[in-house]
Design a protein around this ligand. Structure first.
Ligand code: BMA
Length: 353
């Protein structure tokens, strides 16, 4: 069944465990259609900042810790736009936006997928995303005309970047955009206790409307709460609407085997229910085990918990070059290296050559 799925996938020329070559036909399918075509038994494997840096390196060309271990690129590349709003050359994790643009184009050319998050600054306090000292930031963006104007300027910087990511033929690369994530927690200034449901939804609408006005017609949006919501009603409390959202996901991290199994199964069951009811694409928008301290984590802790659910993709977070122990992907010599190779070979997780 799994083999068949991979064959179908490669026939559809989206991405497969086997080497694929990008052709124009592939890009004629929309990003949404390509995601919908991921077989139920497979998922695109994603890694944040994979080609940018890893354990013991930064900025090398043609390198990724994932590729160093299994020989293939993640099928999903995740990058972050945090800092673009200020007109910075580099994002909050030192990644240059020029390099990001190049890597998005390269990933697209190899038949891969791209998702972008946005750990933007706090427009009211000038602190970072995690500055929750002022509980009225979203309200002020919506109601204070000076702050509104400042924030709209920030959105325009995002639009400018997105519109600049073009293939050789001049067409814009389609990407997933996942702003305002983990809002069911209260650690970002747009979080649960920092704004009302209506304010949060209005923030989304403002974002989508402004980007559209600026000509951004090549993004699809992902909604990615944390695991706090336990019911469909709670999950949808701050949902911006079917007209904006294409992907419904969850950010769900691993602490230990006992707690992870019930947590992720509950979260993905809910995501699948919502996806089904609203005709959306389900995804595990962030996951991982910081420092991957178990040798068999990929095949014994993560994979078994994905088997009963449909997800088009998952993203494991970054292999930080500058924060010891802060890694979520494999790298040569890490404890779970052999297990990651087995995870790769098993065939459910999809990569690109
Ligand atoms: C967090 C951590 C931070 C990083 C941020 C944005 O989860 O990895 O170190 O700055 O994501 O990538």
């Amino acid at each position: 069944m799994k083999k068949l799925a991979c064959i179908i996938l490669s026939l559809m020329a989206i991405v497969a465990c086997q080497p694929t070559k990008q052709t124009r036909d592939m890009t004629q399918q929309t990003l949404l259609e390509r995601l919908q075509a991921v077989p139920d038994s497979c998922f695109l494997f994603g890694h944040h900042d994979s080609p940018m840096y890893g354990i013991g390196w930064f900025g090398d060309e043609d390198r990724s810790d994932v590729k160093s271990v299994c020989g293939s690129w993640p099928a999903m590349m995740s990058f972050d736009l945090g800092g673009i709003e200020l007109g910075n050359d580099r994002n909050l994790d030192s990644v240059s936006f020029d390099r990001m643009r190049e890597e998005i184009v390269k990933q697209d050319a190899r038949g891969g997928f791209i998702t972008l998050s946005w750990h933007l600054r706090n427009p009211k306090t000038d602190g970072n995303s995690w500055d929750v000292s002022d509980t009225t930031v979203v309200n002020s963006i919506l109601n204070d005309s000076a702050l509104h104007e400042k924030f709209v300027g920030w959105l325009d910087k995002v639009a400018e970047f997105l519109n600049s990511v073009k293939r050789e033929d001049g067409s814009k690369v389609e990407v997933i955009f996942r702003p305002w994530h983990e809002h069911t927690g209260s650690w970002f200034w747009w979080g649960q206790k920092l704004c009302t449901a209506d304010e949060y939804k209005a923030l989304w609408k403002l974002t989508a409307d402004r980007l559209k006005e600026q000509g951004v017609d090549q993004v699809i949006y992902a909604y990615s709460p944390g695991t706090e919501a336990k019911t469909m009603e709670a999950y949808l409390e701050r949902y911006p609407g079917d007209d904006i959202i294409s992907i419904v996901g969850v950010d769900c991290y691993y602490q230990n085997r006992e707690s992870f199994a019930p947590k992720i199964n509950e979260a993905l069951t809910l995501v699948n229910e919502v996806a089904e009811a609203h005709g959306k694409i389900p995804a595990l928008t962030e996951t991982g085990f910081e420092g991957i301290k178990e040798a068999d984590w990929w095949t014994q802790a993560l994979l078994p918990n994905l088997k009963n659910h449909r997800i088009a993709y998952l993203v494991v977070w970054r292999n930080a070059f500058n924060k010891p122990g802060h890694f979520f992907g494999p790298y040569p010599g890490c404890l779970s290296e052999e297990d990651f190779k087995a995870f790769f070979q098993e065939g459910s997780a999809l990569f690109v050559k």
